[in-house]
Unconditional design. Structure first.
Length: 92
């Protein structure tokens, strides 16, 4: 499991990789999560440098807005995933 910044982040990430997918698809969810974490680790320094350092206060406000939007959308996305996941017998 990738290193997360806090126990709460680790718990949320672990739940979305284990509790949301049907049992046979848990490995696929874990793999995609790892790819997403890797891409974030590569892209984040450049994006943060551009937005927060080069753009100054507007960049910080934009980053804050992005974090708020993602934080508000995450519960709805997880509920959608739980509602639309196939039964364990159907998943391959």
């Amino acid at each position: 499991m990738p290193e997360d910044s806090s126990p709460i982040t680790a718990l949320g990430g672990g739940l979305t990789r284990v509790a949301v997918p049907a049992r046979p698809a848990q490995g696929q969810y874990t793999g995609i999560s790892g790819i997403g974490t890797g891409l974030a680790n590569v892209a984040a320094p450049s994006i943060l440098g551009l937005l927060c350092i080069a753009w100054g206060a507007p960049g910080w406000l934009l980053m804050g807005g992005i974090f708020v939007a993602v934080g508000l959308a995450a519960p709805a996305v997880v509920r959608w995933g739980e509602r639309t996941r196939p039964d364990s017998a159907e998943a391959v």
